[in-house]
Write a protein that binds this ligand. Structure first.
Ligand code: OAA
Ligand code: MG
Length: 219
């Protein structure tokens, strides 16, 4: 067997750990409290989708939202990783969309149920090409943007994150051990909105990466 290549980590079937409400402006737009500890949820590796394949609308939602997020790819596993050495565990980054069935999430929230149906369905995690760590020397101050049909909907800086990447790696790894090939989605800035069948989503980090995905319905 050939050596595994971290640049294709999404093929390894590792964990996708998502952080919610990590930008105050997004917490406020959805009328949520600003958290005092990170809000965590998971997506299965079957959520990954790559450019060239569409984001499929789940049949049970009529309000699918985009959330553009910086993804942190773990290169070296660990448990209870200290903040001071957290960045040594990072192999690189990807630009991600945390696709969210907002109507289903609202219902789950009101019933006190988990968000699985809202967040973890097939194609709920579109990702860009792998970005080696060296290409983003300061992941705490990069601009993320997202357009729907060429209209800008989200444009935020990772400097607005409530919990930094080292904080998140420490916090998560105290609870869930991190492994090589795991991905952490670090939360979305404001501007989330509804997408429809045939919409084109384009997202990017200026000078680093862009990606384009079409929204479709399962045939
Ligand atoms: O669904 C939400 O609003 C929580 C979340 O994923 C985020 O803030 O990125
Ligand atoms: Mg999110």
């Amino acid at each position: 067997m050939s050596a595994r290549n971290i640049a294709r980590f999404w093929e390894w079937g590792k964990k996708i750990i998502c952080v919610g409400r990590n930008y105050a402006d997004h917490a406020i737009e959805l009328k949520n409290a600003i958290p005092s500890e990170p809000v965590l949820f998971l997506k299965p590796p079957s959520a990954y989708v790559r450019e060239g394949s569409p984001i499929l609308l789940p049949f049970y939602t009529s309000n699918l939202h985009h959330e553009v997020e910086l993804g942190v790819v773990i290169g070296k596993g660990g448990t209870a990783i200290p903040q001071s050495s957290a960045m040594e565990h990072v192999a690189g980054y990807v630009l991600c969309l945390d696709m969210t069935a907002r109507d289903v999430q609202d219902e789950c929230k009101s019933k006190g149920l988990p968000w699985t149906l809202a967040k973890a369905f097939n194609t709920s995690c579109p990702i860009s090409d792998f970005i080696p760590k060296e290409k983003i020397p300061d992941p705490g101050s990069i601009d993320l943007w997202l357009k729907v049909n060429h209209i800008v909907k989200q444009n935020g800086s990772t400097s607005q994150m409530i919990f930094s990447i080292p904080y998140l790696i420490n916090y998560i790894s105290e609870i869930i051990s991190l492994e090589e090939g795991d991905l952490i989605l670090t939360g979305t800035p404001k501007g989330v909105s509804s997408v429809q069948e045939q919409d084109e989503l384009q997202a990017g980090i200026d000078g680093i990466v862009t990606m384009t995905f079409k929204v479709d319905r399962k045939s």
